[in-house]
Design a protein around this ligand. Structure first.
Ligand SMILES: Nc1ncnc2c1ncn2[C@@H]1O[C@H](COP(=O)(O)OP(=O)(O)OP(=O)(O)O)[C@@H](O)[C@H]1O
Ligand SMILES: [Mg+2]
Length: 266
């Protein structure tokens, strides 16, 4: 696989919630290197720290320890301007789409905000065209949705709308935290295909977060296996799935019948 340069890396990232007896180490000395155009899956069961790690990478949670480098330099998110610049490049789709939107903003405002975030100066017509294009990319009709509030949309429509935003923003890095959790199997593969198409078009780095090791094998170049806050194994998807080294990875795989067969055949 032809990988680009290292785009974002983490060194011994740690996140501790709470104090004393209520202390939880959600992320424990996690290190990673993600490259331009790479698709990475972070796989682990519920509570293993995946979303916490995603929020640290996004800059929505402060790490307790460790550091992140972006484009070869220490990441700085001190000022509003730093954060705005960073979020031009790094975007996320979270498990619960309702938590990702301002519920008091209608669809057209949510989409025009993307244009503003990019700092583009467009005429009203150009803005409208951009929003329509983004909606049609995800098979939504802008005319039917523009005047609705997020809570008036179905879960699936909402997730498509999040991908429409990504289409407009074309970030360098997309963190997709269980992006298909609220849709049926058919829409799930459509959403995955949309994301893969975005990667093809924009050479986007995609970080998929999932508990589904089969999905990870299907979509990613590289897999990181997370257990109780730690990365216990990582490597090329085929290596990790077909020749797992860590008992936890083996256990995750044994829960997926099809991959288990492939593994035995290998
Ligand atoms: N804001 C918080 N305050 C305290 N503890 C938290 C907080 N957020 C997460 N945790 C704890 O950190 C651990 C990791 O949670 P996290 O949400 O990162 O897991 P996850 O791997 O995303 O799980 P899931 O697959 O269910 O989404 C859990 O034990 C959780 O209870
Ligand atoms: Mg989560």
């Amino acid at each position: 696989m032809n990988r680009g340069k290292v785009l974002i890396s983490g060194r011994q990232l740690t996140k501790v919630f709470g104090y004393g007896l209520n202390k939880t180490t959600a992320v424990n000395e996690v290190s990673f290197q993600f490259h331009e155009g790479e698709i990475i899956s972070i796989v682990g069961e519920s509570g293993s720290g995946k979303t916490t790690l995603a929020k640290i990478i996004m800059g929505l949670l402060n790490e307790t320890g460790g550091a992140i480098e972006y484009k070869g330099k220490p990441r700085k998110l001190r000022s509003h301007k730093d954060r705005k610049e960073y979020w031009k490049d790094i975007q996320a789709i979270f498990q619960d789409p309702f938590s990702s939107f301002n519920i008091f903003h209608k669809v057209d405002k949510l989409l025009t905000d993307c244009i503003k975030l990019q700092g583009l100066k467009l005429t009203k017509e150009q803005q409208l065209q951009k929003m329509k294009d983004a909606c049609s990319f995800v098979n939504l009709k802008f005319e039917e949705l523009y005047n609705k509030y997020p809570f008036e949309l179905s879960g699936g429509q909402m997730q498509r709308l999040m991908i429409a935003r990504i289409f407009m923003l074309h970030p360098k890095v997309l963190i997709a935290d269980e992006p298909t959790s609220m849709v049926d199997a058919c829409s799930r593969s459509t959403i995955l295909d949309m994301l893969l198409k975005l990667r093809e078009e924009n050479n986007m780095t995609i970080i998929f977060i999932t508990h589904d090791v089969g999905l990870a094998y299907y979509v990613s170049d590289t897999i990181y296996i997370m257990e109780k806050g730690c990365i216990v194994e990582h490597g090329q998807a085929e290596e990790v799935i077909l020749r797992p080294k860590h008992p936890y990875t083996r256990q995750l795989i044994s829960d997926v019948p099809k991959i288990h067969e492939a593994w035995n055949l290998a």
